[in-house]
Design a binder for this molecule. Structure first.
Ligand code: G4P
Length: 525
């Protein structure tokens, strides 16, 4: 590719993640998007990964599940002249640090909200990561075909709970059985409710925002009510502001029903107009690296072990930040300075893993890895080393005591634990008083996978004792006094020897703050 072709190819990319609380409709909307993209899937293939009774103790099930979730981790399709990459952010028992880190690899996010439930805890957590990055966030309020909460109430909640301004791109005319359509503010038209398969049907609006010509809808009180609500929003709500959208300070809000495929196309069309192309990336010497720079570069944001004992490989997920990837190319691994040949790569399309030949900035590639990579690693070509900013660490919430079941096998235990912790699979802490090891994670599945991989890859059987949920707060080492440790908190150190307290609950944290008002406690995120 010459420079012009590269710039053109990069500008076409739109890379985003869908964030939501389980059951809000992420899978359903993803399937609809793939259908628009012409990715032929039998209905329900994205969904298939959720079915099958997944028992945490059943390793075969994990294996099956993980195997499938690798292929659906990144989905790519072409639509309206754009190449769209959707990154999956798993929910349910799959929730882990990977889920958060995936958000480091996207340029924007779509937040799906159930209209009956509003903002739920997992949406809020994922939103906060997007907010920290300052990426654009688009909101889709789903399940309009069911009775839900008042639209005004839902948009107010965005501001109150998430602290983000909102701008309705469209507004529902009725809900549930009374759903008539969408008043499309952005496109100045009404989209009539038609269920799946009936196509889109519009009514034109005049310059005052009223339906042109005759329509039975004009006589309905729900229509008049919508006009009043829109007046209200226009008077008191936020203005449409492209810059605020780009900085993630204002979220455009779309309503619809993923299940009946209503409002999804309208959403996708508008979204692709405003969703950003691949962004510049900050590199360590405080310079910005342009995505169409001729040097290839990228960072590893996720490593997924293949749970199949017959294939001990892992897949390292790379976000390409600049340049072009060609299979078989040589790159440098910044951390070690070592040269590596990238000959075994994969991309993720439809239901199969295909060998990938080329990709450009904005795309995600999967590299088969035999232990070279760690999460956060930078890879690059060219003479000048490229190092991306460190990936943030996320505060673990769940903790486990861990030890080798067989005391005679300390060596493999330590080797395994060190490698898995370095890879970023779990966090490791050590108690000040007893020296025992404690693992921390944001989701339960991280522990399950850890235990399984210790056995499978390092032949080390581990014993884990749940400690439950804790609040982890770091403390300045100079302020530390071991007497601060009490029965309601546990003093531990992290891998970098930094001290932190694991508090039993918020009460214990507050009690500590009251007792030691000068001691500063910090969370990671
Ligand atoms: P998730 O990936 O965010 O967890 O949600 P998913 O798409 O799996 O949707 C969760 C449930 O909500 C599914 O029902 C799905 O059919 C339903 N759903 C999604 N979008 C809409 C919508 O626009 N309207 C309505 N009424 N329902 C919607 P389920 O009963 O759990 O699954 P299934 O048995 O129908 O497959």
């Amino acid at each position: 590719m010459d420079q012009e072709q590269l710039t053109k190819a990069v500008d076409k990319r739109r890379t985003f993640a869908i964030i939501s609380h389980p059951d809000a409709g992420k899978t359903t909307i993803t399937e609809q998007l793939l259908l628009f993209g012409g990715v032929v899937r039998t209905a329900g293939t994205v969904k298939a990964k959720k079915s099958g009774n997944f028992a945490k103790s059943d390793w075969m099930e994990i294996e099956k599940k993980r195997g499938i979730s690798v292929t659906s981790s990144v989905m790519q399709f072409d639509y309206a002249g754009k190449r769209v990459n959707i990154l999956d952010t798993p929910g349910h028992e799959d929730f882990s640090e990977d889920t958060y880190r995936t958000l480091m690899a996207v340029d924007s996010a779509v937040m799906v909200i159930d209209s009956a439930k509003g903002i739920e805890p997992q949406t809020k957590k994922l939103f906060q990561v997007c907010r920290m990055r300052g990426i654009p966030i688009f909101t889709f309020i789903n399940k309009l075909d069911r009775d839900g909460r008042e639209p005004l109430d839902l948009t107010a909640e965005l501001e109150e709970v998430l602290g983000i301004e909102s701008y309705p791109m469209n507004w529902p005319i009725g809900m549930g059985k009374g759903l008539e359509g969408l008043y499309d503010i952005y496109n100045n038209r009404i989209e009539l409710y038609r269920s799946e398969g009936e196509g889109q049907e519009f009514l034109e609006l005049d310059e005052n925002g009223e339906i042109k010509g005759d329509s039975p809808l004009k006589e309905e009180s729900i229509y008049r009510q919508v006009l009043d609500e829109i007046d209200l929003i226009k008077g008191a709500g936020s203005e449409f502001d492209k810059e605020k959208i780009a900085n993630g300070e204002l979220t455009p809000v779309f309503f619809g029903s993923a299940l009946t495929n209503f409002g999804v196309k309208t959403f996708l069309d508008a979204y692709l107009q405003f969703a950003p192309k691949p962004a510049e990336h900050k590199v360590e010497d405080d310079k910005q690296l342009a995505p169409d720079d001729e040097a290839f570069s990228g960072f590893i944001f996720k490593i997924q072990a293949n749970m199949n004992p017959n294939h001990r490989d892992r897949i390292a997920f790379v976000r390409i930040c600049s340049g072009e990837f060609d299979r078989g190319m040589d790159v440098f691994l910044e951390r070690t300075g070592k040269k590596l040949r990238l000959s075994n790569s994969t991309q993720f399309m439809a239901d199969t893993r295909e060998t990938l030949e080329t990709a450009v900035a904005g795309d995600i590639i999967g590299l088969y890895d035999t232990g070279n990579f760690q999460i956060g690693d930078s890879i690059y070509t060219g003479k000048k080393p490229i190092k991306f900013e460190k990936l943030p660490q996320f505060t673990p919430e769940l903790f486990m005591r861990v030890q080798a079941k067989n005391v005679m096998k300390q060596k493999s235990f330590h080797k395994g634990i060190n490698q898995l912790v370095q890879e970023g699979a779990v966090q490791l802490y050590q108690s000040y008083s007893t020296g025992e090891y404690i693992l921390g994670a944001v989701g339960q599945l991280q522990f399950e996978v850890f235990k399984f991989r210790m056995m499978n890859e390092y032949n080390s059987e581990v014993e884990m004792t749940p400690m439950g949920r804790k609040i982890a707060r770091w403390i300045n080492p100079e302020q530390l006094d071991e007497k601060m440790s009490s029965s309601r908190n546990l003093l531990v150190k992290d891998r970098a020897d930094q001290p932190l307290f694991l508090f039993e609950n918020e009460f214990a944290e507050r009690w500590f703050k009251d007792k030691y008002p000068d001691v500063e406690l910090t969370a990671k995120l």
